[in-house]
Structure formats: C-alpha cells, structure tokens
Design a protein around this ligand. Sequence first.
Ligand code: FMN
Length: 256
Amino acid sequence: MTLLETIRKRRSQRAELLDTPITEEHIHDLAEAARWAPSPFNVQPWALLFVTDPEAKAALGRMSRESTAEQLGSADFVQDVARWTSVTEDEWRARGDGVFLGDQLAESSLAHTVAPFLMKHTKAAALLGKLGAGQGPGKATERLLVDAPLVCVVFRDLARVSPGANGDMWTSFAIGAMFQNLLLVATDLGIGAQFVCAALETPGGRRQVGALLGAGPSLEPALILRLGYLSSDADKLSVRRTREAFVGRNRFEEDT
Ligand SMILES: Cc1cc2nc3c(=O)[nH]c(=O)nc-3n(C[C@H](O)[C@H](O)[C@H](O)COP(=O)(O)O)c2cc1C
C-alpha cells in the first residue's frame, strides 16, 4: 500500500475484532510510530499505556458504560449528537461529514427502530436516557473495551508543554500527530482501532482513569483506543467533504 492508500483505508472500526492477541513485535511498531511524531520544540508531550490486564480493561469498560449512560441523559448532548448524525446512508454520503446512525448501534438492537425518531425528538431521547435507556449503549461500549485484545490509553504530559502563549494548543496538535502515526501503522499491520473516549469526557472521569492506571499528577488521559486484528480486508465506509469545500488558494472568497 502507498501511504495515501493507507491513509484512505484507516477507519474507526466498529466491527468485531479477532480475539488473537496483538504480537509484541506489532506493539513495538505501534510505539515506534508514535515515538517519531512531530511536536513543538520536540517536547514530546505524551505517554502511552498498552493495557491487556483483564481487570484494568473491565474497570475502563465500567467507567465507559457509566459515562455513556450519563451522557445520553443530557438533552444538550443528545442534541449535539443529533446535529452530527445522519439517519440514512444516502443522507450521510450527501453531507460528507458526521456519523451514520446505523454504525453507532449494535446489529440486533431494537434501537435501530426507535433511534431515527429519537434523533428528531432529542428532548424525549434525553428523558428516556434519564430513565435508563442509555444503559443499552453503555453496555455495548463496555463490551468494546472488555473484549478488546489490546487497549491503548494515550496521555497528555502536562509537564511537557511547549513554550509560547499558545503552548496548550500546540501540544494538543502534537498528540493528534502522535496517535495518527500509530493508527496508520496499525492499518498497515491489519490492526483495527476504535476510539472509545466516553470515560474521558469530564475532568472527574479523566482523574478516575488516571488513578486506575497509576498515572502521575502530570499525566492526563487524552484518548482510549481499542485495538485488535481485523477479520477481513473489507473496506468500511466513511465519508468526507469534498476537497473544494475546505481547500483554497491564496485567500478565502467573499461567499466562503
Ligand atoms: C479525538 C477523537 C475522538 C474520537 N472519539 C470517538 C469515540 O469516543 N467514539 C467513537 O465511536 N468514535 C470516536 N472517534 C472517531 C470518529 O467518530 C471518526 O474518526 C469519524 O467518524 C470518521 O470516521 P473514520 O475514522 O472511520 O473515517 C473519535 C475520533 C477522534 C479523532
């Protein structure tokens, strides 16, 4: 694969991953890819933990279940999600952004029938969430982490902030570059990855995850990924806006 092909092939894999453990050699390659990411002043503001311990995965899963269920009880959150969710694949392709509702739900879930209605009636959805309807999606999120052969937690190292008034922002960019390196090498190795970040949504959640994993005071969990070998080479659909929609030359025109 050329690099551009690998970039296009990378997906947030929602499908089942194989149980096969990720080899030490491949974990080494993922870490090596992360290691060579750029960062402002080369501060390398990150740390990585590869988690295989079943108890730690179970605890991360439980935290993700609770956070997901709580989020789905918030009308504001559900409304934000609805804004970025397409109910049909055609709508999703035409928009070229956001996520497809069918991808977000478990295959056999009853939610497939009611979810389109709930996306239009977000207050009702949040009310149902408060009454416990978020437990289903919460449990699905939990299983993603419990069943994953490998979980990778990316930390931002607050003791390694880049110089300058905008250091925080430059540091976040570096972390993005770091995990994209890791994801591209994973794609090349036939390893699927999915972000499962619900547990990190709030400062309290980030503290809990850090404490669970023994992170020192300067390490803030930034991202949770589940990783596993993919069962087939099948390309999963995703969409993007056209290049013309966001790439320009020289300066923006009046109507952009
Ligand atoms: C910083 C970041 C956090 C994300 N968090 C989640 C998440 O918690 N759950 C999830 O299902 N996808 C998450 N995603 C994946 C996006 O939904 C996905 O990248 C986007 O829909 C495009 O799909 P693709 O990556 O398959 O092309 C996250 C992506 C990024 C970059």
